[in-house]
Design a binder for this molecule. Structure first.
Ligand SMILES: [Zn+2]
Length: 346
């Protein structure tokens, strides 16, 4: 007689998550349409569309065998094909993709210490939008973002920058929540919230929620820097490999000042210090709008985030990134002109 092992699966019930939910950034810094990073993002968006299409084509209502094969789940055959088991598998998949992403990001030199802590202390699941719930210690991320980020590779023009930005944004919210009792973080958060008191929105009104502006400023800042670093690294990897394999392409890239533009674009992006928004207007959370702040963060705030979260791995200038210089040296490329800080590209 077959013995059926009863699996007891407990999954946290999803609750409506309003007040403690932090969502994505409406104030994304605009990037010039002719910049290499802009092209990167466009390519990235197309790649994400492709992933979505591939996912939609999978049969619904059953287990997707290829997904299970990639993100191996112990004993899928024993698991009943019901909603609960499926939900559990999906959570395991989300966590697996997150862990894959963290490992890759570390290999490429990105700061991952705080991502690991969040991975340990927060539930991670797929959601229709990216959000963090600080009451339930849960983070939802879109599957397309996790999939894209878990397969990050600099030489394929997939443009994972946008997915990486989203994950770092949400993980920063989660980490500030987890670390808020530590004295250093407690002081940092208190000072940051006071700093945005009286700050004006782009619409000219005074923010009603300086705490939220601070939260979003910190998360947007961290996410912005990591994604710009990654997109620059990706473009640089592609350009240098083209240079090595195709002399004609190498000539064209030099003619376009492609490398210098990449450098100047990086420096310009890294000079940005105005981030954050708050929900304004509406009543009891209904009908409000996300209003971007006009107030720059303080030098103390920047230094704290650069050191504590970014581990001093994302410098202000292109020339200070050892990995970028190494790629250029290997390709025998010397950049023309002085390194401008936020200067205009030719
Ligand atoms: Zn946010």
């Amino acid at each position: 007689m077959p013995v059926r092992k009863q699996k007891s699966v407990s999954i946290r019930q999803t609750k409506p998550d309003q007040s403690a939910t932090l969502d994505r950034d409406p104030c994304r810094q605009s990037i010039r349409a002719n910049s290499p990073l802009y092209l990167q993002r466009m390519m990235g968006n197309q790649a994400v569309q492709g992933l979505l299409q591939a996912f939609i084509k999978q049969p619904e209502g059953g287990l997707a065998p290829d997904l299970l094969a990639i993100h191996a789940v112990p004993g899928p055959d024993c698991i009943q094909r019901n909603g609960m088991a499926w939900a559990m598998i999906r959570m395991l998949q989300a966590r697996q993709m997150y862990n894959d992403f963290v490992r890759s990001a570390e290999r490429y030199g990105l700061p991952v210490r705080f991502l690991r802590r969040v991975g340990r202390d927060y539930d991670i699941s797929f959601g229709s939008s990216s959000a963090v719930n600080t009451w339930l210690n849960s983070m939802t991320l879109e599957e397309a973002d996790l999939e894209s980020a878990s397969q990050m590779a600099p030489v394929s023009p997939a443009g994972e920058g946008s997915a990486i930005r989203t994950i770092y944004e949400e993980a920063t919210h989660a980490y500030l929540d987890l670390a808020s009792d530590e004295p250093g973080f407690n002081r940092f958060i208190g000072a940051g919230e006071r700093h945005y008191e009286g700050a004006r929105t782009r619409g000219g009104t005074v923010t009603t929620d300086p705490g939220r502006v601070f939260q979003e400023a910190a998360a947007n800042y961290v996410a912005h820097r990591v994604s710009v670093w990654w997109s620059t690294f990706e473009s640089l990897s592609i350009y240098t490999s083209m240079t090595a394999s195709d002399p004609a392409a190498a000539g064209r890239l030099r003619q376009m000042n492609a490398f210098e533009r990449l450098r100047d674009d990086y420096n310009q992006q890294m000079a940005q210090i105005v981030f954050g928004y708050s929900e304004e207007g509406g009543f009891l959370g209904l009908g409000s709008e996300q209003a971007c702040t006009t107030r720059a963060m303080t030098a103390e705030m920047k230094n704290f985030l650069d050191h504590e979260l970014l581990e001093d791995k994302i410098p202000d200038t292109f020339g200070a990134v050892a990995g970028f210089q190494e790629l250029l040296n290997q390709a025998g490329i010397t950049l023309a002109g002085p390194e401008a800080h936020g200067g205009a590209a030719p």
